[in-house]
Design a binder for this molecule. Structure first.
Ligand code: SF4
Ligand code: SF4
Length: 309
């Protein structure tokens, strides 16, 4: 009887996910991620998080969702497509990671998660929990892998066997009990395409990234001058970097997203447009965009650093 109820809840969760546009949804039991502990500890000890001090905070919360949400029984993992298009090899101009071409995904996806909880309350009854989209100390990729949505690739991204890795990940941690999914297995095999393509050797052997060498880190999170060791290696990226996703063979299955809020003109600007852009024009074009995280000063610094190299 209990099994029937758990399976019914699981079906209901997946049906709501689909109705809200999440292409993939998986469920895992809320419990400590024991096997992630030493990996996270070693990454932090080796200072591979660079200046992202916040990564050192809430170590236990990152590993255990029942500390983050007391009474939690289940972690629901969701994938929301942001793939725009295969990047042309001859692309000219400064480059922005595909996830940032449209409106800020935090707002777009969070709204859907709130709607998700409302629908759960209507169909199943009172569900207490919290929703997350890149917004709290959660090992999102590990949860997505545990929930059967894919595996963490050598490039550290969550890769889905049917559609690749150009997805936002989101989670609902709640006291809902539901039938868990079976974790996927690793399908990277002997491939090393992402490691070979990374221009700065930022991909570490244990499926982690050394932020001290990563273009994505430098163009978004780093607030100071960019180190000379990155000179000539930024490849015109000014916000994020998609190289290790673009070369992943599983992304040949990627299909364009269906979210109108992710459409935007940001990939059509010429180098001159960027170099001559004023602060006011930046604010106007990128209102509500993820680029605001790097701020105008950060984007300008990234343009100049690429130009000088
Ligand atoms: S985002 Fe770019 S720089 Fe960072 S690991 Fe991937 S390919 Fe290398
Ligand atoms: S490029 Fe190859 S090794 Fe890298 S994540 Fe994709 S499948 Fe794995």
């Amino acid at each position: 009887m209990k099994t029937d109820l758990l399976q019914k809840n699981s079906q209901e969760v997946k049906s709501i996910a689909q109705s809200l546009g999440f292409e993939f949804c998986g469920i895992a039991k809320a419990e400590k991620l024991v096997e992630e502990e030493s990996r996270l500890e070693s990454w932090l000890n080796q200072k591979h998080h660079a200046s992202m001090q916040y990564m050192e905070n809430h170590f236990e919360l990152r590993l255990d969702p029942t500390l983050l949400v007391p009474g939690a029984k289940t972690v629901i993992s969701l994938m929301y497509n942001y793939f725009q298009q295969a990047r042309p090899k001859s692309e000219k101009g400064y480059k922005i990671a595909q996830y940032a071409w449209g409106k800020d995904y935090h707002k777009v996806v969070k709204k859907k998660l709130q709607e998700f909880i409302m629908q759960l309350n209507q169909s199943i009854g009172q569900v207490n929990g919290r929703v997350f989209v890149d917004s709290a100390p959660i090992l999102e990729r590990s949860w997505a892998a545990r929930s059967g949505l894919g595996w963490v690739g050598k490039n550290s991204m969550l890769i889905n066997k049917k559609k690749g890795s150009f997805y936002f990940l989101a989670e609902i941690i709640s006291d809902l009990e539901a039938w868990p999914d079976i974790p996927d297995t690793d399908h990277c095999g002997t491939c090393t395409a992402c490691i070979d393509a990374c221009p700065t050797d930022a991909i570490l052997p244990e499926k982690n990234i050394n932020s001290n060498n990563c273009i994505s880190y430098f163009t978004i999170e780093h607030k100071d001058k960019i180190g000379p060791h990155m000179s000539g290696k930024m490849d015109d990226w000014i916000f994020g970097c998609d190289i290790c996703q673009d070369v992943c063979p599983w992304n040949r299955f990627a299909q364009k997203h269906q979210e109108p809020k992710f459409e935007g003109p940001k990939n059509n600007l010429s180098k001159t447009d960027w170099e001559e852009m004023t602060h006011e024009v930046f604010n106007e074009i990128f209102a509500g965009s993820p680029l605001k995280r790097a701020k105008w000063e950060g984007i300008k610094r990234n343009i100049l650093f690429n130009k000088k190299a």
